[in-house]
Write a protein that binds this ligand. Sequence first.
Ligand SMILES: [Zn+2]
Length: 301
Amino acid sequence: MSDTNSFQSDNLQRFIFDNAPIRGEWVHLQDSWQQILIRREYPVAIQKILGEMMAAAALLAATVKIEGRLVLQIKSTGPVTLMMVECTSDDTLRAFAQWDGELADDATLAEVAGEGSLAITIEVEGAKQPYQGVVSLEGDSIANALETYFQQSEQLTTKIWLASNDNAAAGLFLQQLPSGDQTKEEGEEHWSRMSQLAATVTSNELLELGAGTLLHRLFHEEECRLLTTTELSFACSCSRERVAETITLLGEQDALDLLEEKECIEVACEFCNEHYRFDTIDVKRIFSEAISTEEASSTLH
Ligand SMILES: [Zn+2]
């Protein structure tokens, strides 16, 4: 019972209910998730959480209409030292985790992240300061932590279901909106009914069913209306030029000193595991180009 092949994955589907002030989102990631998994081999327990965070980042990014990026980051006191997922307004995703030591396959979030916290950062292009909200990982799941975040920081009652396996990462999101012309009691009744219906969703259904099939299965007696879909893909914004810029910050002498010890300066991108190598000739070129750009810009001003 799988229609994995009969629906378009790497998509986010928004939906609303004609009869209830609630908005929803469904996301299913397959190719973009595979792009993360081929770049680094993760312990099972970390992979599961990372997949859930990736689906969550897509769901959250779809709720903020900004040009920029949304980052979910686990700050941990446990074996995982860093977990980070980014979703941009260009609908691209990337993710990685770092960890120390061995982890049981069935290690819980608490065993992986200790007394960690989950930071939600929203960077708007051109804004001086990013927005950041932090919520503790006291709950037993990423979904619980995010529900708490929405309640605490946004005063929005929200339910989130997340799942991931070797093949896909997926999620479902429901959020209560202001009641509008309905009474508060009516709004609460609708919320209670819809969130109970949605709560019957299983991880297998999230991972294996398309939006149409899943939403019909959950809400077939409700007036659920599908809105826009967004296609998502993996992309990393790292480049040789950006790494070269970082090397110029070292200063030419320090960069050349590094090359005394090693044949080349090697920088790996944490997100996509691309390795950038710069030998002495490359480094000298970077600095001569940096100087000529400086001269060009100083004549311009
Ligand atoms: Zn990269």
